[in-house]
Write a protein that binds this ligand. Structure first.
Ligand code: DQA
Length: 144
């Protein structure tokens, strides 16, 4: 089975973006970690990033019939996008929400997630390792 790992706005800048918050790991590093863990779990992955809300929605729609589950770090759209929430609810694929930082320990506007109500669960605060944990958590819930 295949898992879509989807990254939202500004995550292309990881490595140089606010390293005191997000660390020095790049998105390419995270992709490598995910590729290795997916091989161990006998999963395939497609690793995507977009800064555009509509493009993320299109990728979620296209996941239906192509992927057995989704891992999503929606970046700041987490806290704003009812459209992303609706897209996830519409495709009925199991989804794990990931954040590098502990959003609950940060500004109050980051405490609300529109993704959480349509996710199996949320992993935040563990940096890049969160993606590995998400693959492990999702494995038992994939729709094949
Ligand atoms: C983030 C947390 C969001 O609040 C923020 O807007 C991001 C990154 C994280 O991975 O910690 O862009 O999703």
């Amino acid at each position: 089975p295949s898992v879509l790992i989807l990254n939202g706005p500004n995550l292309n800048l990881l490595g140089t973006r606010q390293p005191e918050v997000y660390g020095s790991t790049t998105l390419a590093d995270i992709e490598k970690l995910c590729t290795a863990e997916a091989a161990r779990l006998e999963l395939e992955i497609a690793f995507e990033q977009s800064n555009h809300e509509g493009a993320l929605i299109d990728l979620i729609h296209a996941a239906r019939g192509t992927h057995a589950g989704i891992i999503l770090n929606a970046g700041a759209y987490t806290h704003t996008s009812i459209a992303l929430m609706d897209a996830i609810a519409s495709v009925e694929l199991p989804l794990v929400e990931v954040h590098l930082s502990n959003i609950h320990a940060r500004e109050s506007f980051r405490h609300t997630s529109y993704i959480a109500p349509v996710a199996l669960g949320q992993i935040c605060g563990f940096g890049a390792q969160g993606y590995v944990l998400a693959l492990q958590a999702l494995k038992g819930h994939l729709v094949t």
